[in-house]
Design a protein around this ligand. Structure first.
Ligand SMILES: [Fe+2]
Length: 364
């Protein structure tokens, strides 16, 4: 980060700001780390201040052994004198270093130091606010993932489904040109899309064999539960579509899906994507009551059902990703390994699970 404040006597007031990342303990200059410097805190004067906490007022940079002339050499700039001070947080830890370089006339003095310290208070606030935002974002992301894992924990045979649906969904979205906030909301909606299974009775979730019509009706309610539960989370405005997207992953573009019977244009674009990812993963994954279907055959089925179950453009985007990433081979290898593990006595205990809600033509 660099900026310019211009007391008349300084040529370059703040040449660069070195921010200390709490997690990586690395100094970055101008928003980027200097990867050519083997010392993560920097081998120059800013690094020295970051380590020592000293204020450095250097009247002649090239006469000081701690000065690293590498940047001058690379840029053609000539550093004459500089003032370098640490920025501390409320816990008195150094979180940044400010440098003022080349005073217009003479060398930096006490008044300049006072000015830079006043500036450092503003910088401290800005850095701490940014850090707080990052901490909250991390907390939010880990909470979302923890919620997703509770579903996998309750329904072990489908463990991994959530993350794979998330990965396939994001791959399709990128293929379709989505980016930024669209990818973020898709990420969270996919992680939580089956969260409503928490409201489905255990006996139905884990029932061996096919479900009765009544049981299937209960199973289908998981999308309603998902949406209702997620609507209780006070998502930021930009995430407000997450409950609706998650609640639409069993809709069909011909209006024959559930719970709302929405048609393609009525579905959220991210839900159209998730519908494809969800069915593909459900059909290509091991279930103890059936063998996984071959990925190429499932892709052919998805293509056959465009315009009825799935959106054509979405399926074709998935097909491009499928081919490019050799997804079929990856899945076949994964399923072969799972089959070997399950054939060993120490493998997973057997027991059929009901996952019919994810199959496209399942009546029950
Ligand atoms: Fe589902």
């Amino acid at each position: 980060m660099s900026w310019s404040v211009s007391p008349a006597s300084w040529v370059s007031i703040v040449h660069s700001l070195y921010c200390r990342s709490g997690r990586r303990n690395t100094l970055v200059q101008g928003g980027a780390e200097d990867r050519s410097d083997p010392d993560p805190l920097g081998s120059g004067l800013a690094g020295y201040v970051a380590r020592s906490g000293e204020v450095l007022n250097i009247p002649d940079a090239y006469a000081d052994d701690r000065f690293n002339p590498e940047v001058d050499r690379r840029t053609g700039f000539h550093t004459r004198n500089l003032l370098c001070i640490p920025v501390r947080n409320r816990e008195n830890e150094i979180i940044a270093v400010i440098q003022a370089i080349n005073k217009n006339e003479g060398c930096f003095d006490r008044e300049d130091e006072g000015f830079l310290f006043a500036l450092s208070a503003q910088i401290q606030l800005a850095i701490e606010n940014a850090s707080l935002y990052e901490d909250l974002k991390e907390l939010f992301e880990s909470m979302m993932e923890a919620l997703a894992f509770t579903i996998d924990a309750r329904h072990p045979t489908t463990a991994g489904h959530t993350l794979r649906v998330r990965d396939y969904s994001l791959a399709i979205a990128r293929e379709l040109g989505y980016q930024g906030n669209d990818l973020e909301i898709l990420n969270y909606a996919a992680l939580l899309h089956d969260y409503g299974k928490i409201g489905v009775p255990e006996a139905i979730l884990t029932k061996p064999g096919r479900l009765t019509d009544a049981e299937y009706g209960s199973m289908k309610k998981h999308v309603v539960f998902t949406q209702e539960i997620l609507q209780r989370i006070k998502f930021a405005q930009r995430f407000r579509d997450i409950p609706a997207i998650a609640g639409q992953h069993h809709e069909r573009v011909d209006g024959g899906g559930y719970p709302g019977g929405l048609t393609g244009p009525e579905m959220h674009p991210m839900a159209r994507i998730m519908a494809v990812a969800d069915v593909f993963d459900a059909m290509t994954s091991v279930r103890e009551y059936r063998q996984p279907a071959d990925p190429d055959e499932v892709l052919a089925m998805l293509r056959k059902e465009t315009g009825t179950h799935f959106d054509h453009e979405t399926v074709e985007a998935f097909a491009r990703y499928f081919e490019r990433s050799h997804l079929g081979d990856q899945i076949r290898r994964r399923n072969q390994m799972a089959a070997v593990m399950n054939s060993e006595p120490s493998g997973r205990p057997s027991g059929e699970l009901a996952d019919q809600a994810h199959l496209p033509a399942s009546p029950a």
